[in-house]
Design a binder for this molecule. Structure first.
Ligand code: GDP
Length: 446
């Protein structure tokens, strides 16, 4: 496809060692010819692809020494010819060079436009493009890993296999509809039903991974609850390894829910320190308490913290009552202040001062959030993929039921709809609106 040249800075805004300006389109080399002077006698028009050439880059009002590389279509990221300049990583340096590419005819690239072109040129599937976004936005190793599996077309491969089998079944249905033979049809429907069931269970296997995949992407939400002054903020800080929450001796000072993101075995946990849950006449504190209650409602795991040196009382009981339906970890804190072992009903004894029990608390958090440790397999992490697979599974279920009572052509409609739903994942049947929405979440320059 011969598209107009687009260009953008591909490195993030701000100062850095190096910045990259990328031009993709029908003839980016003709722009490079006018703004890049290679060292020695080499001419830009003689550039070998995939080789770095040192030289002088024209930034409009200034020059910079840098590098230029040419990627030849179709063996490039976008599938088009690409030229990249590497210059010094000053914001004005990169911007000046970018502006020069505009002066020479390139258009500013929109959000994700390079990747969108790659998709439209068949370089990658829609799911793969989403994997790139997941890798870029990933806040934990597990999320980046899952993004890479998507990017490397693992999901697309599985989906395409199912689609191809559905296509074969559809072809068989078409033949039977066109050339009906009573006794052959009955056997055909029986076989068809079995094959549809096999494909359906393959889809179910995939959708079953979303429960974990969803948590990998958004993180496990943890509400740290307990009476004021039991050490919730201090424990949060100890878990995060840096001072985040405000720690104070005054009961009820943690008025806002403070969030911190913690990685345990490569997976993300969003920690919320709830305001001291207790009855209070203080208006601001009451707002904090309401917020705490709402955090507790949406939390995946609740951590209950009691002060070992003071023991448990009625107020602790009230907190426990609020979180009794949640996966719960009972923590008795401040072990450094007492040897009192009467409060034995704890999952872990901790000290935010000495760090005792913190590692065990992390292990318990992982266990409550994800269960036993497992390999990072190909989890579904995108809701869009989960929904499309669920729709495909529903259509197949309907087709299987239809096998008992309905004529073949009606069964065929369900099978075709299942195929279409799967095509949304790869992009084959995705609407322009879906495609637009996906690429609008990318940054400019990707
Ligand atoms: P919160 O109201 O539950 O968030 O409690 P804070 O984290 O603000 O802690 C209240 C007070 O207890 C502060 O003075 C902390 O320094 C102290 N504290 C917290 N955890 C421990 C601990 O494990 N041992 C000791 N000795 N003091 C602690």
């Amino acid at each position: 496809m011969l598209e107009e040249n687009i260009s953008a800075i591909s490195t993030p805004a701000g100062k850095g060692g190096v910045a990259i300006i990328r031009i993709s389109g029908k003839n980016p080399l003709s722009i490079a010819e006018k703004m890049f002077r290679p060292v020695g006698k080499t001419k830009v028009s003689d550039f070998e692809p995939y080789r770095m050439y040192p030289g002088r880059i024209d930034g409009g009002n200034f020059d910079d020494y840098g590098l230029c590389v040419y990627f030849k279509a179709p063996a490039s990221y976008t599938g088009e010819d690409i030229v990249e300049f590497q210059c010094h990583g000053g914001e004005n340096v990169a911007r000046g060079i970018l502006k020069q590419t505009f002066r020479l005819g390139a258009k500013p690239a929109g959000k994700g436009e390079f990747t969108k072109r790659a998709f439209l040129n068949g370089k990658l599937s829609l799911a793969s493009a989403e994997g790139i976004a997941d890798m870029i936005n990933g806040e934990s190793d597990a999320e980046v890993k899952a993004g890479f599996l998507l990017y490397s077309e693992q999901l697309t491969k599985k989906v395409c296999e199912i689609q191809s089998e559905l296509k074969t079944l559809l072809a068989g249905i078409d033949v039977s509809v066109d050339y009906p033979e009573e006794d052959v049809e009955e056997q055909h429907v029986a076989e068809l039903s079995v094959e549809l069931e096999t494909l359906r269970s393959k889809i179910l296997e995939m959708t079953a991974t979303y429960a974990v995949g969803k948590k990998i992407k958004s993180g496990v939400t943890v509400a740290i609850c307990g009476k004021p002054n039991t050490g919730k903020s201090s424990l949060l800080n100890k878990l995060l390894g840096y001072e985040k929450a405000i720690v104070s001796d005054l009961a009820g000072t943690t008025r806002d829910a403070v969030e911190g993101v913690l990685e345990i075995h490569g997976r993300k946990f969003n920690l919320y320190d709830t305001a001291g849950v207790r009855e209070s006449g203080d208006k601001i504190e009451n707002i904090g308490i309401e917020r705490a209650e709402s955090i507790i409602r949406s939390a995946d795991v609740a951590v209950f913290v009691a002060d070992l040196s003071e023991g448990m009382d009625e107020e602790d009981g009230k907190v426990l009552e609020m979180i009794k339906n949640k996966p719960l970890i009972k923590v008795f804190n401040k072990t450094d202040l007492t040897n009192d072992e009467t409060l034995t009903d704890a999952d872990v004894h901790t000290s935010a001062v000495t760090g005792q029990g913190i590692e065990k608390l992390k292990e318990l958090l992982y266990e409550k959030g994800f269960g036993a440790r497992s390999e990072d397999a190909a989890f579904l992490i995108e809701e869009r993929h989960y929904e499309a697979l669920t729709r495909a599974e529903e259509r197949l279920r309907s087709a299987i039921t239809a096998c008992e009572t309905q004529p073949l052509d009606l069964i065929g409609i369900d099978v075709k709809e299942a195929w279409d739903a799967l095509g949304e994942i790869t992009g084959e049947t995705a609407t322009e609106a879906i495609i637009e929405e996906i690429f609008s979440k990318f940054c400019v320059g990707k």
